[in-house]
Design a protein around this ligand. Structure first.
Ligand code: PMP
Length: 416
């Protein structure tokens, strides 16, 4: 591993939690150069919702490459884009009654968030962005300004004004009407002095922030407040989207229709970089090429994304399966962890579950212990107090109960 330590920047991060050299992966297992197999409950932080190297997506890539398919075309029209747009409309937008336009941004989550907040400012002519405690939206300056994590922000080097941070659902008060009244007061009551925001930006399930879920009633209240103030509602579905919560979008079932939706991570289905920003047609007021970028629309990713949509989102089988597995894992963890040395809470939705420990050192130790036992699970939350359980949505039943068992055994070992 010296080559990494000598040559790669000190900024490297995940490799410190999972210090081995990975070589190959299939489904829910990653293999290192020593031939050790690791059960993956991390899924590239939500980028590998359909597991590693889905055979249909790999085959489509090989065929495309072998046929000299266009790989780079900026935002020129390509056949792969034509097919992706058609598939996204028929499998995702139309069945959900959405008529959003699709903006291809640079291929990271951060890129599609930047496009969203820039457009919100252009549409409303306002500067301020309302965002929430625990929120994580990316590392470029605009996205970082609305991210809550102070450790990530300390290297910003500049102040970005106009960020209004609000308490996320359940942070100060549990009573939803009282929370909504407080949020409304912050903008409507004389004397608070907050600028009216261009947009409210939020995650329906906070990933990096510690697996906190917003209730339907709270989401509806925030959506209504945004409407009342003529602000836009931006849902960051970068981590919780693409089926992670059990439905394609995490806000489904809440009754809200966001003005802008950001998705990335598992969109390509295969871990290839790809991001889009979905816009209500009425706010698609961009001038041609006003928001640019060399890598908007990754043609190879569009090929695999289309396969993922057709394979997993043409019917409700995957959704039902995720909800079933979620219930199975939640119950197994809640029962099996009883009696360990730290109080805990299992929370989350779909296969975006977290185990929050009262002893804030426990989750980090547990993640390290699991790695020693050949399982990958990361931590999240402001003090890294939560063990995140994000297996592939396609994980076999046997593997999910095996993972649950390993977590319970490791927690018991640490409790001795
Ligand atoms: N938003 C959310 C909710 C995320 O989880 C992430 C990545 N963890 C981002 C934005 C940023 O995405 P990227 O790292 O691809 O820029």
């Amino acid at each position: 591993m010296e080559v990494f330590e000598q040559i790669e920047s000190n900024v490297r991060g995940y490799c410190r939690s999972f210090p081995t050299v990975f070589q190959s992966a299939i489904g829910s297992y990653m293999t290192d150069i020593n031939g050790r197999h690791y059960l993956d409950f991390f899924s590239g932080a939500g980028t590998l919702n359909y597991g590693h190297n889905d055979p249909d997506m790999i085959k489509a890539c090989i065929d495309y490459l072998g046929g000299h398919g266009i790989l780079h075309s900026l935002d020129m029209y390509s056949q792969s884009k034509q097919q992706f747009l058609t598939a996204f409309k028929s499998t995702v937008l139309t069945p959900r009654g959405l008529d959003h336009k699709i903006q291809f941004t640079g291929p990271t989550g951060t890129n599609c968030i930047e496009a969203a907040i820039k457009l919100a400012r252009k549409v409303t002519g306002r500067h301020a962005i309302a965002c929430f405690t625990g929120g994580y939206h990316g590392m470029s300056l605009g996205a970082l300004a609305i991210t809550a994590n102070p450790a990530k922000k300390q290297s910003m080097g500049v102040q970005i004004p106009g960020v209004i941070r609000l308490p996320y659902d359940g942070v100060h008060l549990t009573d939803v009407p009282a929370q909504l009244k407080m949020l409304e007061d912050m903008f409507c009551r004389p004397g608070y002095g907050n600028d009216l925001p261009a947009a409210f930006v939020l995650e329906v399930i906070q990933g990096e922030g510690g697996i906190h879920c917003a209730s339907h009633a709270w989401l509806q209240g925030v959506a209504a407040l945004a409407k009342k103030l003529d602000s836009l509602l931006i849902i960051d579905d970068i981590q919780a989207g693409n089926g992670r919560s059990g439905t394609f979008f995490s806000f489904e079932g809440s009754g809200i229709v966001p003005d802008i939706i950001c998705i990335s991570k598992s969109l390509s289905g295969l871990g290839l970089p790809f991001a889009i920003t979905l816009l209500r047609p009425q706010i698609d007021i961009w001038e041609p090429a006003e928001h640019n970028g060399t890598f908007r629309g990754n043609n190879l990713a569009m090929i695999t994304a289309r396969i993922a949509l057709e394979k997993f989102w043409s019917d409700e089988r995957l959704s039902k399966d995720v909800l079933y597995k979620s219930q199975q894992l939640r119950q197994q963890l809640s029962e099996g962890l009883m009696g360990i040395s730290s109080d805990f809470e299992v929370r989350g939705r779909g296969l975006m579950l977290g185990i929050a420990f009262n002893d804030i050192t426990f989750a980090k130790k547990l993640s390290a212990q699991l790695f020693n036992e050949q399982m990958i699970a990361e931590t999240c939350g402001p003090s890294n107090e939560v063990l995140k359980c994000m297996p592939a949505l396609t994980i076999a039943s046997q593997d999910i109960s095996d993972g649950g068992e390993r977590i319970i055994k490791a927690a018991q070992t640490l409790s001795r």
